[in-house]
Ligand binder design. Structure first.
Ligand code: 2AM
Length: 179
């Protein structure tokens, strides 16, 4: 029998939203955005810091130790704008500005993933919250989202996996940011 814990995993570090923020985003998405494509699962809403595919159990432990050792400060992000990438069809929500601690946090984890030989991301860090994928054109927005601000006091390591054939992002561990 295969031990699931011993298999390589598709992981990523990310920022999670409260249930309240997820419901707020989803409510706006369901009522004010006109597009045939289904949105991502409400519970899956997050902002990716570093994508780490095919991680061995040994490397997972090293990543957790590394994340625990980080001492970045908490930060606030304001969300009011959306965007669309035609090449991937991703429709997303994005923070209004790239704040320094967010960039520093994402850069150090991405660098560590690279140093461990897990993944070298060919793209710069573009913070975004994916709302829909595979949109053939930019979804029509009937009414802009009511701007909101979130203070992020922690980041998480997620396991991207299928549960009952549905893609789910399951938090493995949380790491505190300095208040
Ligand atoms: P996303 O950030 O655009 O939503 C788990 O798969 C997460 O990692 C998803 O949030 C996903 O996209 C992001 N992701 C998937 N493949 C990626 C890749 N090749 N490079 C960077 N991020 C990726």
């Amino acid at each position: 029998m295969t031990d699931k814990n011993q298999e390589n995993k598709r992981l990523f570090f990310g920022l999670d939203f409260s249930q309240e923020n997820k419901a707020q985003i989803f409510n706006w998405l369901s009522h004010q955005v006109d597009d045939k494509r289904k949105p991502v699962l409400q519970s899956n809403l997050h902002l990716t810091l570093a994508f780490l595919p095919n991680v061995s159990p040994a490397n997972e432990l090293l990543l957790i130790e590394y994340a625990k050792s980080l001492t970045f400060s908490s930060f606030k992000l304001r969300f009011a704008e959306t965007g669309y990438w035609p090449n991937t069809g991703i429709f997303f929500l994005k923070p209004c500005e790239l704040v320094t601690p967010l960039n520093a946090l994402a850069t150090s984890i991405r660098n560590e993933g690279e140093r461990l030989g897990i993944y070298q991301n060919p793209f710069d860090f573009h913070p975004h919250v994916t709302l829909k994928r595979n949109c053939k054109q930019q979804p029509e927005i009937k009414k802009a989202i009511t701007p909101f601000e979130v203070e992020f006091k922690e980041f998480k390591l997620f396991h991207s996996t299928r549960v009952n054939s549905q893609l789910r992002y399951l938090p493995i561990t949380s790491f505190k940011l300095r208040c």
